[in-house]
Design a protein around this ligand. Structure first.
Ligand code: NAD
Length: 517
């Protein structure tokens, strides 16, 4: 149950801001939250009203340089700080994020639009990565082999890289930055984060809490902006690794530019997640799961189920999905009865509506149309209601585009093999799910499907932090995934030591060993 204060938060904030100047988010450099000297700003709007609530500076060149210099300087001492001390800061950080979870969630709902429960989940899923980071020592341990030659031992371990950077998308303004900097700094790196210019305030709150937890000045820094800031991050020689999450256009560009400059880049990109429904599945649970995964968070999740492939007779269930969609209330994320908040911008809303129209023009049957939905008191919001499109083929625009809205695109096939072939032919390989009561069908699907994250009777199979977030194909650039063991590998480099501590041994001559006997 939401507190009344939560529900009143938006109107209070709106009222107070009506009489004051719009706040500008600060940079965070060398442990100080300082206003930018920028001359250009980007408006951050409440997607439910399109009122400007915050402004983001385009951080200046000297501010960007100062952030990286601060991170490089802090690395000298932070990387020498024992891992247990870094972990203890993360443990305290966990408690502080829990304490302020609701405050952060309110800020997310204001700037991003998602409902308060979704925003609480946004913070919680990130918090779990901080929990993982508070035991990072285990994941940094290397290997040892004693006596590889007479009196000689070899061992390997992992060291931090230096300054790392994170470039974030709008859809999870707490979770995604928390995928990035806690792992990096717990491993002994320092970090420069660029939040999304659409919803930067959650990251500012997270930095305040990191400072309160005891993270030393310069270990975490925040800069703002759009493409120029991204270009700076890709080019700055002191930045050794970039974590990016966002769309394919930006991600492929950042991956190419960053790796071209010799940096490590891990980039999680777009998605078009397919569900396969077998006729032996439980009809009512499937319908509920599909609707939640397609329309929840207004479809603005990279793991949203946006395509459903009905196998055989399960195609009849489409009418139940439409009935379920009608139950979803569209409105402000602060309204506790609402399940579908607004899209992030008027442009995102228009694009979504245009794709729906084009899809219909290309032959789709629109079974429920979320265009033109009116929300009383929020007439200027970017709302699109749940929409279900039954498309005739995979060339229909609703199938080919990542819509990132509350639109479920439906296809029907006769066999599981066809459903798998369709899923595997789509360029994206982020997530997918099968719903069935057949073990053999589930096993075949799991084995043959070419997606990074597979759900079996689980609509949104996001891996918990002891695994990694394993997107594949066009949903990813780079080799090492976010968080878990792979995330730690991404922000560390291996060092292998061969040591000879024979007290008075042969320290070797000019001749290489030729045979180990
Ligand atoms: P986006 O690509 O528009 O923006 C992401 C970041 O890149 C922002 O910080 C932005 O300032 C920057 N950016 C945008 N365009 C740029 C360009 N041309 N050059 C340089 N920098 C640029 O993404 P978004 O709209 O904020 O987020 C939605 C996208 O993120 C969707 O495609 C979604 O699937 C994807 N996403 C993927 C995952 C995943 O784990 N695979 C998770 C969340 C979101």
């Amino acid at each position: 149950m939401l507190s009344l204060s939560t529900v009143r938060f938006a109107s209070r904030l709106r009222a107070s801001r009506a009489f004051s100047t719009i706040p500008v988010v600060p940079n965070f450099i060398s442990g100080k939250f300082t206003p930018s000297a920028a001359t250009e700003f980007i408006d951050v709007t409440n997607p439910a009203t399109n009122e400007v609530v915050t402004r983001v500076p385009k951080s200046t060149q000297s501010e960007l340089e100062a952030a990286v210099a601060s991170a490089a300087e802090a690395f000298e001492t932070w990387s020498e700080t024992p891992v247990q001390m870094r972990q203890r800061i993360m443990l305290d950080y966990v408690q502080l994020i829990k304490r302020d979870q609701m405050k952060i969630a309110e800020s997310i709902t204001l700037e991003q639009g998602k409902t308060i429960p979704d925003a609480m989940g946004d913070v919680f899923r990130g918090l779990e990565i901080v929990e993982m980071s508070s035991a990072i020592g285990h994941l940094m341990m290397g290997e040892t082999q004693g006596n590889i030659s007479k009196g000689i031992d070899a061992y390997s371990y992992r060291e931090p890289l230096g300054v790392t950077a994170g470039i974030c998308p709008f859809n999870f303004p707490a979770m995604i930055p928390l995928w990035m900097f806690p792992v990096a700094v717990a491993a002994g790196n320092t970090s420069v984060i660029k939040p999304s210019e659409k919803d930067p305030s959650a990251m500012i709150m997270l930095a305040e809490l990191a400072q309160e937890a005891g993270l030393p000045d310069g270990v975490l820094n925040i800069v703002h902006g759009a493409h120029e800031t991204v270009d700076f991050i890709c080019d700055a020689p002191d930045i050794k690794a970039i974590s990016f999450v966002g769309g394919n256009a930006a991600g492929e560009y950042i991956h190419a530019r960053g790796t071209g400059n010799g940096k490590r880049v891990q980039a999680n990109l777009g998605a078009k997640n397919h569900a396969t429904i077998m006729p032996d599945a439980d009809r009512s649970s499937v319908v509920k799961a599909l609707a939640g995964a397609a329309f929840g968070a207004a479809g603005q999740r990279c793991m949203a189920l946006s395509v459903v492939v009905f196998v055989g007779e399960s195609k009849e269930w489409i009418e139940d999905v439409v009935e379920e969609a009608k139950k979803y209330k569209v409105g402000s994320g602060f309204d506790e009865d609402v399940q579908v908040g607004p899209l992030i911008t008027p442009e995102a809303k228009k694009r979504c509506e245009d794709i729906i129209q084009q899809s219909i023009d290309e032959g789709a049957e629109c079974l429920i149309d979320g265009r033109g939905v009116k929300v009383e008191g929020f007439e200027n919001g970017n709302f699109v209601g749940p929409t279900v499109l039954n498309v005739p083929n995979t060339t229909n625009v609703a199938y080919t585009e990542e819509i990132f809205g509350p639109v479920l695109t439906c296809l029907s096939v006769d066999t599981l093999e066809e459903a798998i072939a369709i899923t595997n032919s789509n360029p994206y390989g982020n997530g997918c799910s099968i719903f069935t009561t057949s073990g053999p069908a589930a096993r075949m699907y799991q084995h043959k499907i070419d997606c990074g994250q597979v759900g079996i009777n689980v609509p949104i199979p996001v891996p918990l932090p002891f695994f990694s977030f394993t997107g594949s194909r066009a949903s990813i650039r780079g080799d090492l995934h976010f968080y878990g063991k792979e995330g730690v590998k991404f922000v560390t480099k291996a060092k292998t030591v061969t040591s000879n501590w024979t007290y008075k041994g042969n320290l070797g001559g000019a001749v290489m060993p030729t045979m180990g006997k």
